[in-house]
Write a protein that binds this ligand. Structure first.
Ligand SMILES: [Zn+2]
Length: 400
């Protein structure tokens, strides 16, 4: 028996989407499923009981953050992240790659602030951030500086897996290099070669330890926005003995669906696929339709702490003046704890008064909104109404 098993129950006719069950040592995940992010082994502003009541099936924590604080040894000594954070369901950790490469980098502006060591050393434009935060890549791993205290650290594939073994999540990820979609094809190809070698090393290290019996490992497909590289990556990793696959990298909005389709048309059909870092309704529909089973994103909680809330009619910002006297729920069709008990006016008041409960109530609503959206997609594939549901939802949400 492998720690992770995946069973497809129904396929979306004409597309790559599917409904399935992913079983882990800490329970089953009905897919497609939204993975709730608990960056530092906590879903910000919520207790695990609240998270469970929202219908969350699985929590993903970040290796980079837990390695720096409190340190993976403490999490291991606490009995693993499930015990440490009191979450009794399935868990995942990412490889740390995304944070190592992107923290302090100008990711939102489309450019990774990354220096390459050796012959091809090249300093990319550094905008206005401190140079001390750059990552330095070599064939063996990455040197980076902590965003907390500037201290130097070095991750290799083996190191990333060792940390993830200590954290003890049900599903862990191979160490990969995250590139900006604006990198040249030449650089993408070079980075992809590194990611593939690192994937093999991650897998070999994982299989050499007894953790292979209690933790599943996913490989991460990269390749930027280049069809040839994406397919090459899916082919290469698809032949390795991974329990599932992540699709990594940052995308330009318009080519995400295409890139996902390229990968999923090549990856082994019977293994689960996780699209890393997406949470916008339109992106979730695209990912499900194109064959992804899992997705994670900090957006519902991050946006919630800043006053942003999803409604069936699009996003609103509760800090806007118009909501001070709006005595309706955030979304009258929602049915979450927040919408059942509080008004927009009350939550707007909490934000203006800088009360902690503001972030809690809005996070509850946004998470429930996104989790139930993906639940409905699963249901809709099940009863052959996916495309109708998609059209109806998106038309109302985006109004065009
Ligand atoms: Zn709600």
């Amino acid at each position: 028996m492998r720690p992770i098993e995946f069973k497809i129950e129904k396929k979306l006719v004409g597309k790559l989407g599917r409904v399935g069950v992913l079983s882990t040592p800490h329970g089953n995940i009905q897919t497609p499923a939204f993975v709730t992010v608990g960056t530092k082994a906590t879903v910000k502003a919520l207790t695990p009981e609240m998270v469970r009541d929202l219908g969350a099936q699985v929590v993903l924590a970040n290796t980079y953050h837990l390695y720096l604080e409190p340190g993976e040894g403490i999490v291991r000594d606490a009995g693993g992240m499930q015990k440490f954070m009191n979450w009794n369901g399935p868990t995942m950790t990412d490889s740390g790659g995304f944070q190592v490469f992107s923290l302090g980098a100008a990711y939102g502006r489309g450019l990774g602030k990354i220096l390459k060591r050796g012959e091809e050393e090249l300093a990319l434009p550094v905008f206005n951030e401190e140079i001390s935060r750059k990552a330095i890549i070599d064939p063996n791993g990455v040197m980076f500086r902590s965003h907390i205290d500037g201290s130097s650290h070095y991750f290799t594939p083996e190191k990333s897996i060792e940390i993830q073994h200590n954290l003890g999540a049900d599903i862990i990820f191979a160490f990969d290099e995250c590139t900006s979609p604006h990198e040249s094809d030449h650089y993408q190809a070079e980075a992809l070669d590194r990611t593939h070698r690192w994937a093999k090393r991650s897998l070999e290290y994982h299989h050499s330890k007894s953790n292979k019996d209690s933790q599943g490992i996913f490989g991460v497909v990269q390749g930027g926005r280049n069809e040839k590289l994406r397919k090459e990556s899916a082919t290469f990793l698809g032949k390795l003995d991974f329990d599932g696959y992540g699709i990594g990298g940052s995308f330009e909005k318009e080519d995400m669906n295409k890139a996902v389709e390229w990968c999923n048309s090549v990856l082994p059909e019977d293994k689960p696929r996780h699209l890393l870092g997406i949470g916008e309704p339109a992106d979730l529909f695209g990912a499900v339709e194109n064959g992804c089973d899992l997705f994670d994103c900090v957006a519902p909680t991050r946006m919630g702490r800043n006053g942003g809330a999803h409604t069936r009619d699009g996003k609103i910002n509760l800090t806007n003046a118009e909501f001070r006297t709006d005595f309706s729920p955030i979304d009258s069709e929602c049915g979450c704890y927040t919408c059942g008990n509080y008004t927009r006016a009350y939550v707007a008041h909490l934000f203006r008064s800088k009360e902690m409960l503001a972030g809690t109530l809005t996070s509850i609503h946004n998470l429930r909104f996104i989790i139930s959206l993906v639940d409905r997609m699963r249901e809709a594939i099940g009863n052959d109404t996916f495309f109708g549901y998609k059209e109806e939802f998106l038309k109302r949400y985006y109004k065009d």
